[in-house]
Every structure is written in C-alpha cells, then in structure tokens.
Design a protein around this ligand. Sequence first.
Ligand code: NAD
Length: 272
Amino acid sequence: MATLKFSLQNGWLLGKVAVITGGARGIGAATAKLFSDNGAHVVIADILDDLGTVVADSIKGRYTHCDVSKESDVENAIDIAVKWKGRLDIMFNNAGISGPEGSITNLNMDQMMTLVAINLNGVVHGIKHAARVMIQGKKGGSIICSSSSAAIMGGLASHAYTLSKEAILGVARSTACELGVHGIRVNCVSPHGVPSEMLVGGFRRILGRDDLQAEDVSRMVGERGSLLRGREPSVYDVARGVLFLASEEAGFISGHNLVIDGGYTSGCSQMS
Ligand code: NAD
C-alpha cells in the first residue's frame, strides 16, 4: 500500500466521537488516524480483529468486532461509542468488498446478494443507527458513506459492486433530505484507484496476475487511471476528503458526493 503520510492536524474534530466501519486497514485506517490527529475519539468496527485492535490502540481508540451486514453488530458498535463518550458525532460507513467480477451472463446471484448485504445493507444499518442516536443527542452530526467512481462511470469489473455503490448515493441523498431538519448531514465519498487490499485483489482477479503488488497498481493508476499523470493515489487522499466532510468546515454541505479520483470520472475519453 502507498505510504504517503499526511495529517492536517487542524483540530477540526476536537472532542468529536466517531465510528468507522472497515477501519482496520486501507482508507478506513487512514481516516481513523486523521480523525484522531484532529482530536476525535474513534471506534473502529471491522471483522479483522487483530488489525483493527492495532489501529485502535495506536490512536487510543476502541475496537469492536462488527460485521456490517448484521444490523445488531452495527447497532452495537454505535452503542459502544455512546457508552464510551456519551455521544456520536460522526459515522463513516466505509466497510466494503469487491467482486464478483465477470459477465452478467454468469452472474452468481448468491454472490451478488452477499456483496449487497455488506456494501449496501451495511451502509443502511450505519445510517439508521447513527441517525437514531444523533437525533436523540440533539447536536446534529455528520454521516459519510463510501461510494465509488463505479457509481458514476459504471464498472466493467463487477456489476454487483456498481449497483451497490450507486444505491449508496441514492440512500445518502434521501436520508440527507430527511435528517437535515435535525442538523444531520449525509454525504458520500467516491474514491478511485487507491491501491488498497480490496483494489489490488480485484486487479489480480481481473488481470489474472497473482504477482501484482500495491506498488504495481498504484503505478498503473498513476500512469493511466487518472488525469493527473504520475500522481499516484493514496489512502490519505480519500481520508482528507472524509475529514473535511466530517468537520464543521463542511457544515453547509449535505446530500453531496465528493469524488476523489484524480479527474478520472471527468475525463475517461482522454485515458487511452
Ligand atoms: P480495504 O479492503 O483495504 O478495506 C475495507 C475494510 O472493510 C477492511 O478493513 C475490511 O476488513 C472491512 N470489511 C470488509 N467486509 C466487512 C464486513 N462485512 N464488516 C465490517 N468490515 C468489513 O479496501 P478500501 O479500498 O480501503 O475500501 C474502503 C471503502 O472504499 C470500500 O467501501 C470500497 O468499496 C471503497 N472504495 C475504494 C476504492 C479504492 O480505490 N480503493 C474505490 C472506490 C471505493
């Protein structure tokens, strides 16, 4: 994984309490670090217990085992935050998986529904229970959901992934409409090409190249996968966008999709 380290350290989230699903690695772990550097208390909710515990310990946060496809697990993660610090200000619905790749003619519906249960239902569980405690808390809040460039461009890789990410944009917009009256903002980020475990695994399967490393994927995106030639993407590029949306700096932004893609979705015709 790219190791570009960057922390804004503006104290944007001083005293705020956040839950990050899928925070054990990748974009979620980078966001946990930025949140913590900016003064937030963070609960990491993931299925990778060892990695998640290391990340949580490194930022003096909390870790809880949470499979986002199970509503009770997500509810429990949020309740842990509230019991710990008495409030919830930020919910980052970030957990997600890729696949199954391949033709629509071979789509395995069971595999598709497994992906939807994590990528889409997991986000809905997070919005639902974060909204519940934020409404009770009467202090507003910021909910951020991980969509994808695939929701904008479509994606040859996985139809199931594309539909899950586009549906996230829809549910974020509709809940932003409902929750604005409570001072709760709901936004999305749509990353592209960040060489996480998920993306590298997808590249390996699609290209049939088990030898591919994060550096290879990073270089491929830097060379052809964005408009910013030679600028390789990092998990912190996305984490900084999430930090902004979580903070009061974005206090008048709701129902928005922040695309973090090096211009990819604006200029695909120039990619070849
Ligand atoms: P990653 O694989 O490094 O991180 C995903 C995290 O989600 C992992 O910690 C994983 O354990 C966790 N997770 C998976 N299934 C879970 C479950 N059922 N319950 C709880 N946690 C679970 O990948 P990433 O790239 O950091 O992905 C983070 C989010 O960003 C995902 O939603 C992904 O779809 C989205 N995204 C990433 C890219 C990219 O370029 N990497 C592009 C578009 C969207």
